[in-house]
Design a protein around this ligand. Structure first.
Ligand SMILES: *Cc1c(COP(=O)(O)O)cnc(C)c1O
Length: 170
């Protein structure tokens, strides 16, 4: 599903899913607009310190930060270095059981077009993946963003919300 920016794609996902008044776990070191999109959607970012060997959020700290208010985790695969997707998926499953609600696993793939973990494309895991196409990205359309899904119904829900809430320029 295409958007004007990566940030508006992320914001629209929260809006379309009705995710608000929650905590969204995200790395402390990433593009600043990731936190902007969280606050604009009515949620609160929960920053997790990164490791210096891959610049990604530390997964022990991530696990400890999950609580009853956690609605989503944004895993950023910084500079194409993949996070341990298997561990993240397991962590989310256990937390969902413990807290009794859905916790969305969002892959920020803005640096990770084609990145893999254990032979599996990063963008093929989690609930949704975010891509951006501005001039600093690997693939550029000057501006632009995209969400990808495995679940067609989920994709259709977000597409419908976008079509009802975004205005075409010109
Ligand atoms: C570029 C980028 C974004 C946001 O993309 P925009 O299209 O600029 O809104 C989000 N996360 C990461 C990691 C990025 O590099």
């Amino acid at each position: 599903i295409a958007f004007p920016y990566g940030r508006s794609a992320q914001w629209a996902f929260f809006k379309a899913m009705g995710i608000e008044n929650g905590e969204i776990i995200m790395p402390a070191y990433t593009c600043s607009v990731v936190a902007h999109a969280i606050t604009l959607s009515g949620n609160t970012p929960r920053f997790i310190d990164i490791d210096l060997y891959d610049y990604n959020m530390n997964l022990d700290s991530t696990e400890l930060a999950i609580n009853k208010n956690t609605r989503a985790i944004i895993a950023t695969h910084t500079f194409g270095y993949p996070q341990d997707i298997d561990r993240l998926e397991l962590m989310v499953k256990q937390a969902e059981k413990r807290f009794g609600h859905k916790i969305w696993l969002i892959n920020d793939c803005c640096h990770a077009f084609g990145a893999e973990w254990n032979g599996k494309l990063i963008g093929s895991s989690g609930d949704v993946s975010i891509y951006a196409f501005n001039i600093s990205k690997m693939i550029t359309s000057i501006f632009g963003g995209m969400l990808t899904f495995h679940d067609k119904d989920l994709a259709n829900k977000v597409r419908k919300w976008r079509d009802e809430n975004f205005v075409k320029a010109g």
